[in-house]
Ligand binder design. Structure first.
Ligand SMILES: [Fe+2]
Ligand SMILES: [Fe+2]
Length: 193
């Protein structure tokens, strides 16, 4: 499917607000791909489609995860919204005929992060954080960091997410912790500032 067809398809799946967020993530992802030398076409598509399943109700997300043979953990069973990433990755392949494993992986990892993320995975993860409508405390620092050092920006984003989840007394997903650890093992110079 061409980008314009994907845009039309996505528009039918999402609210206006989330559709505009998706288009903004796609644009931010292209800019980061240009900056870091990643595939701009894949960044544009993965950015656009990353929240393809975000508005599917929890009971249906659980049902679809079971149907697609997605292995769920306890955290996802308690917070099915997390499944929008894994279910979305499958739906994008099935419904949009998008069989690119790099795009699939970037969509799958965009919420929790994970171990050994590719450049495209990091770009989609960060584009989701920094697109212009995002307004959390620290977003300007993250935008600046993303423009100079993508791994430092990933660490900032992981720290922000983990602190936010702890402050809410919510469940931490193990992939977020594993992703942060794997980043620090890859880039030991980022440890212990
Ligand atoms: Fe998402
Ligand atoms: Fe998003």
């Amino acid at each position: 499917m061409q980008y314009t067809d994907l845009v039309k398809k996505l528009k039918n799946k999402l609210s206006e607000k989330r559709f505009l967020h998706s288009v903004a993530v796609s644009k931010a992802a292209v800019e980061l791909a240009q900056l870091y030398g990643a595939d701009t076409v894949k960044a544009q598509i993965a950015g656009l489609l990353h929240d393809y399943a975000k508005e599917i109700p929890n009971n249906l997300l659980l049902h679809q995860a079971l149907t697609f043979g997605i292995v769920m953990d306890d955290i996802e069973r308690h917070e099915p919204v997390l499944l929008h990433a894994k279910v979305g990755a499958v739906l994008v392949a099935v419904e949009c005929q998008m069989y690119d494993p790099e795009i699939t992986q970037a969509i799958r990892l965009h919420t929790t992060g994970g171990k050994n993320m590719s450049l495209l995975d990091k770009i989609i993860f960060l584009a989701d954080f920094i697109e212009p409508s995002r307004s959390f405390t620290g977003v300007e620092d993250l935008r600046k960091l993303t423009a100079v050092d993508i791994d430092r920006a990933m660490l900032f984003a992981y720290n922000h997410t983990l602190k936010h989840i702890v402050d809410k007394n919510a469940l931490l997903h193990p992939d977020t912790i594993a992703g942060r650890n794997s980043l620090l093992i890859e880039r030991p110079n980022l440890c212990y500032k």
